[in-house]
Design a binder for this molecule. Structure first.
Ligand code: UDP
Length: 236
């Protein structure tokens, strides 16, 4: 295995599957199976999940809801996804702990760094729900920050496309994929891999990011074994 400890970032939208909203149980089951394959080989796995399939704070302003209130609603949305994922992982025989960035003591533990690391060492999959716990952040920032805190070796950003392209491949047929990129290059070309807060945290702490297609069977496993798929962003 190339990595001992990874942080997997899944967007909320990826849980929608073919639907426009909510959680697709088939997609959830598929993710659980992919994660199990890697877990069974001894990799320590932490997961950050987004909430965009249910609610995003920026939506709030359009509906007259205060932005900060909307962001907390978004954080709660990520918790709903995290609980669904936790359930799917457990049904597939994995041990898990859900840690929240905001206090929701009836359903999960608060985030405590040392405790998170201990769970990982004991072979539990740790899911970080509710983001960082502060408004005006995203779950990408959460992924970068938590990865640094728990000393993960890489952030694996699972998306619907197989890497970073010169332009949006869903809109521009001439777009080509990068196999690797430096942080600097990604920044200068404005490639929008993550929001700037998240991206800068990775760059300043030399944390590699790999953008890959999580919906393709076996991809997560390939990455864990060191195969070069997706796009690797490092200091080069
Ligand atoms: N959010 C927040 N602080 C955080 C993480 C998330 O305020 O630390 C809110 C924010 O409103 C965001 C929403 O939760 O829009 C859902 O997260 P995100 O948009 O990152 O989900 P994804 O795009 O990955 O599905």
């Amino acid at each position: 295995m190339k990595y001992k400890r990874i942080l997997l970032k899944l967007s909320g939208e990826s849980l929608m599957g073919e639907d426009n909203y909510g959680i697709d149980p088939n997609r959830l089951q598929k993710y659980a199976e992919e994660i199990k394959k890697v877990k069974d080989l001894g990799v320590e796995i932490a997961i950050v999940i987004g909430g965009g399939n249910i609610y995003r704070g920026v939506q709030a302003e359009k509906t007259g809801i205060d932005r900060v209130q909307g962001d907390y609603m978004g954080m709660l949305a990520t918790l709903i996804n995290a609980m669904a994922l936790q359930s799917a992982l457990e049904q597939n025989g994995m041990y898990t702990r859900l840690m929240s960035g905001i206090k929701v003591e009836s359903v999960c533990e608060p985030f405590i760094r040392r405790r998170a690391i201990r769970h990982l060492e004991k072979g539990r999959i740790v899911i970080f729900g509710a983001g960082i716990g502060n408004p005006y952040f995203t779950t990408d920032s959460t992924a970068s920050l938590r990865a640094i805190e728990i000393e993960a070796e890489v952030v694996l950003k699972g998306t619907r496309v197989d890497g970073v392209y010169t332009a949006d491949p869903e809109k521009d047929k001439t777009a080509t994929k990068y196999n690797s990129l430096s942080y600097q290059e990604a920044y200068e070309k404005n490639l929008n891999i993550m929001d700037m807060t998240a991206f800068t945290l990775c760059q300043e702490n030399n944390l590699p990011i790999i953008v890959f297609d999580m919906n393709k069977d076996g991809n997560l496993m390939k990455l864990a074994q060191g195969e070069e798929i997706g796009t690797l962003i490092t200091s080069l």
